[in-house]
Design a protein around this ligand. Structure first.
Ligand code: ADP
Length: 432
């Protein structure tokens, strides 16, 4: 049966009952009593309906789902349906609020920045990454034009041009950013920012490395090529000059070989696919061999001492890597200490773990260079001849070899007084 008919049946029944009762009274007591009775009941019925209508009006102002306004007949049915609808609405409202909270939470963890603007580029919403990248404040900048907030000429030009199919790469607040603008919904826009600083730094490091390596290799190659040309131009060159030239060419060749070997070593130390092969290493013997080599290179020009009395006999490490690191430190001490100077090598145990130190009375290094010494190809004094200095890879190799053993390199130095390079191992190096 249709809801219309269901609604009208009880109404018709109620009205019929009233008028049947009125007709009976008319018949028994006359028309006046009958009509008055009928009118009285009709008025009472209208008042009851108006009463329920006013309660509905009050309920609609503040709809409560736990308490019904009460009523009978069609009113009970209307209230039930209204309350059911109200409950559904409250449920979807709660779900929507929870979903929005979860969405905000997820957006706040995004490493990329997201800003949503309206059709005239007024900020509607942004996440914390966008706040960091563009210097916005989600709380204070809502409703402000984005071009008034991000006053970066590249950014503004890009928005004026509006060629959003290309990304913009620009620097903002010392970070290198990539920006993508996505128009949606009738001129509204989503701004997406990526922080590209690390990638750009790595790319720059690669470029610098290639430029430095090529530069270092080009010089000995130029020397060798020069001597070869001379040999071609003067086939009758005397034996003595030829021997000198050959000797110089050999030196340059060896220099190139050392450089290439250092680069390969550094690459393998940095490679994550090359884990440290730890083995028991007899440390006093290793330090002694480095000392012997240093004394040989020094050729008696320096007073070199060795103290291994306080150091542990064995640590667990990769012997080749430790030897290379220690040797680079000793070789530098010999290289950068004037004849007559003193170099002290010490292998000891401290409360933080085993420690190897090389202390010299050499030329020293001024403070501003110290933090950069372990960068590849970093040279303090570029004016020194290539014979006097190395390639600038030695300390980078030391640092990486030590890092692989969770050891740290500390440098203390004073120009004209001397330097101390310390390799501090963790206590864990003492256990297999
Ligand atoms: P290099 O192969 O040129 O010696 P390193 O990476 O070993 O390169 O050292 C980088 C720079 O640090 C050197 O060019 C030198 O100026 C400085 N240096 C390293 N060790 C010492 C030292 N013991 N005394 C003074 N300067 C040093």
């Amino acid at each position: 049966m249709s809801p219309q008919i269901l609604f009208w049946i009880p109404v018709a029944l109620r009205l019929s009952l009233i008028w049947i009762a009125a007709a009976v009274l008319w018949y028994v007591y006359g028309p006046v009593v009958g009509l008055l009775f009928g009118l009285f009941l009709m008025t009472a019925l209208a008042v009851v309906q108006l009463h329920f209508l006013s309660r509905l009006n009050v309920w609609l102002d503040n709809p409560q789902t736990d308490e019904s306004p009460g009523g009978w007949g069609a009113w009970a049915d209307i209230y039930d349906r209204l309350m059911l609808r109200q409950r559904d609405e409250e449920k979807s409202q709660t779900e929507l609020t929870e979903w929005l909270a979860r969405f905000r939470q997820a957006m706040s963890h995004l490493p990329i920045g997201v800003v949503i603007t309206d059709d005239v580029m007024f900020v509607e919403w942004c996440n914390p990454a966008a706040e960091r990248h563009l210097g916005l404040s989600a709380a204070n900048d809502k409703g402000m034009r984005i071009t008034n907030l991000v006053r970066n000429p590249d950014f503004i030009d890009y928005l004026i041009l509006g060629r959003y199919e290309e990304m913009l790469s620009f620097t903002n607040r010392d970070r290198r950013l990539l920006l993508q603008v996505i128009p949606f919904e009738n001129r509204r826009r989503i701004f997406v920012t990526y922080d590209n600083t690390e990638e750009e730094n790595i790319a720059k490091m690669r470029r610098d490395f290639i430029a430095n390596a090529s530069h270092e290799l080009r010089t000995p190659l130029t020397v060798i090529n020069g001597f070869l040309e001379v040999a071609e131009d003067y086939p009758d060159m005397d034996v003595e000059t030829r021997a000198t030239h050959l000797q110089l060419m050999r030196e340059q060749g060896e220099r190139m070989q050392r450089l290439v070997e250092s680069m390969l070593l550094l690459t393998s130390l940095e490679s994550p696919d090359n884990p440290v092969m730890r083995e028991p290493v007899q440390m006093p013997a290793l330090v002694q061999s480095v000392y012997d080599e240093g004394s040989m290179v020094s050729k008696g020009r320096h007073t070199i001492t060795l103290d291994t009395a306080g150091g542990p006999e064995i640590i667990y490490a990769c012997e080749d890597e430790i030897r290379t690191a220690f040797w680079n430190l000793v070789r530098n001490a010999v290289r950068y200490t004037l004849p007559g100077g003193k170099i002290d090598l010490k292998w000891e145990n401290t409360e933080n773990g085993p420690r190897f130190s090389v202390k010299d009375t050499g030329i020293g290094i001024s403070a501003e260079h110290i933090p950069r010494l372990t960068q590849r190809f970093y040279l303090v004094d570029k004016t020194r001849s290539r014979q006097e200095r190395g390639s600038g890879l030695g300390l980078a190799i030391v640092r990486h070899a030590l890092l692989r053993h969770r050891a740290q390199l500390h440098i203390e130095s004073e120009p004209g007084v001397g330097s101390e390079f310390t390799a501090q191992f963790p206590k864990g190096a003492l256990v297999p």
